[in-house]
Design a binder for this molecule. Structure first.
Ligand SMILES: [Zn+2]
Length: 60
């Protein structure tokens, strides 16, 4: 488990993939209203998921 407080940068948001439960960060830009229909892409299992499906989210 990574330490969010130390590695998190304000411009990034940490999300958890609902498929493989891996933690990674995305640009805060994805949380702008005009990105609401954009699906997130997991770099670990290569599946797409909606932002609201992330089991845990930090930094929003
Ligand atoms: Zn995944």
């Amino acid at each position: 488990m990574q330490n969010i407080e130390k590695v998190g940068i304000p411009k990034d948001v940490w999300v958890t993939c609902p498929h493989c439960e891996e933690l990674y960060y995305i640009d805060r830009l994805f949380y702008e209203p005009n990105f609401n229909d954009i699906k997130l892409f997991c770099p670990f299992c290569h599946k797409k998921f909606a932002k609201e499906d992330s089991p845990k989210t930090w930094g929003v």
